[in-house]
Write a protein that binds this ligand. Sequence first.
Ligand code: ADP
Ligand code: MG
Length: 605
Amino acid sequence: MEDEFIIGIDLGTTNSLVGVVDSGFPILLADENGERITPSVVSYREEADPLVGREAYRAKRLAPERTVSSVKRLLGRPFSDLTPEELNTLSYPVTNDGRDHIQIPVGKSEPVTPVDVSSEILRHLKQVAEAALECEVARAVITVPAYFNNAQREATKAAAQKAGLRVERIINEPTAAALAYGLDKIDDDQTVAVYDLGGGTFDLSILQMRDGVFEVISTAGDTQLGGDDIDQAVAGELAKTWELEDLSPSESVNLHTAAKEAKESLTAADSHTVRLPFLRDGRSFEHTFSRAEFEALILPVIERTRPICRRALAEAEGKEVKKIDHFILVGGSTRIPLVRDKIEEWFGYEPNLSQHPDEAIALGAAIQAGILCGRVRSIVLVDVTPLSLGIETFGGLMNVIIPRNSTIPAKAGEMFTNAVANQESIAIRVLQGERELAKDNWLLGEVIVPFENGPKGSARVGVQFAIDRDGILEVLARDTVTGKDHILEIRDAAVDVDDSEVENMVSESIEYAFEDMNERVWTEAKLKSEELLPAVDTALQMVGDQLDEKEMSQIKSAADEVRGLLSRGEKDAAVLKQANAALDDATQSLAALLVEAAFSDMTPG
Ligand code: ADP
Ligand code: MG
């Protein structure tokens, strides 16, 4: 079932989103209208299935008492927990079922529960995903606020189950946001502050990376503070300017809608004109907000987040967190430039703005889901070896074992032997780089493999390189005679190399390709000469007297030629190879005599 998708869901108070990792990239899925953001609203109808999302949002005007919004505020909480103010902010009635459970009578025979309403939203998101992916989806990662207690988390799971989704993991919203910003790769002990200002809630959470996972160090918030309060401030200002008192329900809705439009437009525009034709008694109203007027109006709302941030920061400081390394903003309301400016002014942190604030949590949920079903690691292209890995062989050459750009995990190996007789050990020097000579590459580590004395070529050492999914390189050197293993573990370095260093290494390897190659061929030829010359000397001593003079002088001059080339500093590899070949040729009959002599020694008498 490896191909089964796990979806990531941001089940928000105001808006919900669904995403998935497809072809290695996290993406958010759009509904049939191309919308990626679904309002978390459910509108119940007497005879038909409930409306969910944008349609439900529109139905709110016509049927406010049957349309449930911000149900997340109620999820997993007992009725007795709700304050009178909280009850006041809801546009629909809620009741106690007699056992302290919240019920919402929505005009049907049976009242619904917050779990029911949430499950409608999740069912809708599941359908959006199934339509977009053209396959069935049954598993999900769902985010919840860091401050959610166990009952609230369990209620979220129950809602998912009811919608036909198995919850693979519940993750904290700030953690998901940090994932979306790529902060899962930060070092241990680094900290992240996540400032989340949504539609109706605000929270600041401080996370710390510990052993590769985020831990929530502190969190503080206000569950009655968000974009709605900004809309309220703007709507109130309009009513005041136009001297409208005692707004009718429909006037109030029109004013709020216009206020929200003004707010969202002023994120980018310097001014915005609100026009409400025939609002009251056939009269039309118009007002132009400048950015400055708007900002003055909403500043008190934004100021309310400041003491909450201080609380979370102070609590973190009490837990030895001395500084914030990354400050990120999430939630649609942080699109407002004044919010960004104020954070910088108050805390001196320049917020990271590389992600869409209202999409970050869903994107992080999708990434987590992708990790769980193995779609992130196996497909993302960054998981390749940036540079070749190998070991130094006799003569100072680089012997590549895992070439550059191999996908990881990867495994490869080779056999090596002692190059000279009576060698007591072999040093396995692990190298990284693209150059032909060991000395031009980077030394990652070294392991000494001892072995028993013996003639050249008698020792056998198998060297195996294995890079796991996490980029850890394990070098295993096995003495195949004794079966003894020597293991060297190299963390990070094998995969985690700075881009610019990789670039340097590769461009140098191209720049020096010709010289490097010559050096390699020269070294190989030199090793051959060094093997050949003493062998010829020995043979001449043993059977030289059987050669005629012409042959003898031919061998001597061929050997002198090789010796001469070795002692000269020119390192002309091609010439040395030729000289080696000539010496080889000249010693044909010498070699034959040697073999003959060996055989005659063996025959007795
Ligand atoms: P939640 O987490 O509460 O579900 P979101 O993160 O989706 O909510 O934020 C929704 C809020 O963001 C709404 O109040 C909406 O008006 C506000 N918002 C969205 N876009 C903008 C914008 N461009 N400028 C100002 N506020 C915005
Ligand atoms: Mg949110």
